[in-house]
Ligand binder design. Structure first.
Ligand code: PMP
Length: 451
């Protein structure tokens, strides 16, 4: 009898051969790309073994590569394309404003007011907001605002929490959690950042107790950290603790906003933070998507008419901030979702079923594996126990190489997600039964070959 490792080696050899056969045009593009990009890619997340395929067409829940292979897409523009690729609803919304305003005027316009009104009606914590050009920027300005408002310096974040590339938050994103997450990040930029395990109120309280913390920032469902949902009592507890110790609570809803519900995870969990960070889908899948918003009293710290001295207020700006293209795309997507709220119940049920099916497959095969997440956020983990925090998802793996081999196996079977060393799936809200079935079948086939 072959053991799991031997079986994985055999599977890897076969699927690698198939991938090479199917992707010769991609290979040629990659050979050019390595000369102009570090590692040959525009973003390290988009690289996989032995080279990425190059997409030439995208539509709905599918992408096609330059060799004509079709894939069911579970990455969907980093989770930004909630209505599928090339959504007609979104494109129509954008073209109207492109005709009226062009791509960017740099003045105030009606659309920004209307979309901001929409967001403040829809998102429980938002009374006022400001748009940014990315989730990273939103996080940066939210942290600055929290510090300006509270007069405190420390920020508490979660191990494995990913809020973009802003220095203060680029720490504790992966083990060992005490280290900055990049070279070129001086200790000075992260010395006020404290990291704690997710879903653990005791350590959070320890971190907050000294009352010198400006804010606790947390994704209600860990995204890059493993698609792990907060336990119900965790977010409620975090709300109580931050109030008790005079810190702000910031929800990073870059992934969860519009995805889990129109009002994001704060609506689902019924916990209202002080500030929310937004990105991805709030720009309707168009570039330059980001915003941060919260209760008026805090947001007013940005008001330059009230706080005339720069030293008294929290600064915010940006050339393409509030540009009509991104806002029109986001507004079109959001308005459609508001008119079709039934989508949420259907989608959440679909992916709950998928989680159950994956779990069943794992249990009956004897391969240790766990399906995590909430609604259309799905994580698959080959770990010894069901992960409730990033430590368990990363350090608790019984096998590391199975992730990359599964990724390659999925690819040659017409299913794609990123990154290759974690299985984090972000289907759109228009992915339906047949895409879910394709995923379950491919997973079951893979597991049956491994078991
Ligand atoms: N927060 C979360 C939860 C994210 O997933 C991301 C991006 N994946 C960011 C913030 C940063 O957003 P952006 O890539 O737009 O800067």
């Amino acid at each position: 009898m072959m053991d799991v490792n031997e079986k994985l080696t055999k599977i890897e050899k076969a699927v690698l051969e198939e991938y090479l056969k199917k992707t010769s045009s991609s290979k040629r593009l990659y050979e050019r790309a390595v000369n102009v990009f570090p590692a040959g890619v525009t973003y390290h997340l988009r690289w996989f073994h032995p080279y990425p395929f190059y997409v030439s067409r995208a539509e709905g829940p599918y992408v096609w590569d330059v060799d004509g292979n079709m894939y069911v897409d579970f990455w969907m523009g980093h989770g930004s394309q909630l209505l599928g690729h090339k959504s007609k609803i979104v494109l129509k919304g954008v073209s109207k404003y492109l005709e009226e305003l062009g791509s960017h005027v740099g003045y105030e316009h009606r659309l920004a007011v209307e979309y901001a009104e929409f967001l403040s009606e829809t998102i429980p914590c938002v009374e006022e907001l400001r748009f940014t050009n990315s989730g990273t920027e939103a996080a940066m300005y939210a942290i600055r605002l929290a510090r300006a408002y509270t007069g405190k310096l420390k920020i508490v974040k979660v191990n494995g929490g990913w809020h973009g590339g802003y220095d203060t938050l680029h720490v504790g994103t992966a083990p060992p959690y005490s280290e900055p997450g990049s070279a070129g990040l001086p200790y000075d930029t992260v010395k006020y950042t404290v990291t704690v395990p997710f879903n653990d109120l005791e350590t959070l309280e320890e971190a907050l107790r000294s009352r010198d913390v400006a804010a606790f920032i947390v994704e209600p469902v860990l995204g890059a950290g493993g698609i792990i949902e907060a336990r119900k009592e965790y977010l409620k507890g975090a709300r109580e603790l931050t109030e008790r110790y005079d810190s702000l609570l910031i929800f990073d809803e870059v992934i969860t906003m519009f995805r889990l519900a129109l009002g994001g995870a704060q609506e689902v969990y019924n916990v209202v933070p002080d500030i929310a960070i937004l990105g991805k889908a709030i720009g309707g899948g168009f570039p330059g998507s980001g915003a941060f918003g919260g209760i008026r009293e805090i947001m007013e710290k940005i008001n330059h008419i009230k706080y005339t001295e720069p030293q008294m207020r929290s600064a915010h700006g940006g050339t393409f901030t509030g540009n009509p293209v991104t806002l029109a795309a986001g507004y079109a997507m959001a308005s459609y979702l508001k008119e079709n709220r039934w989508i949420y119940e259907k989608t959440n049920e679909l992916w709950n079923n998928v989680r159950r099916e994956i779990q069943k497959t794992c249990c009956s095969s004897g391969i240790k594996c766990y399906a995590t997440g909430l609604g259309s956020m799905l994580g698959i983990h080959f770990t010894n126990t069901r992960p409730w925090r990033n430590e368990e998802a990363v350090l608790g793996r019984w096998c590391d190489r199975i992730y990359e081999i599964m990724h390659l196996y999925f690819r040659v079977n017409g299913v794609i997600y990123l990154p290759e060393n974690e299985a984090l799936l972000l289907p759109s809200l228009i992915h339906g039964d047949s895409e879910a079935k394709k995923l379950i079948e491919t997973f079951s086939k893979f597991i049956s070959e491994v078991a």
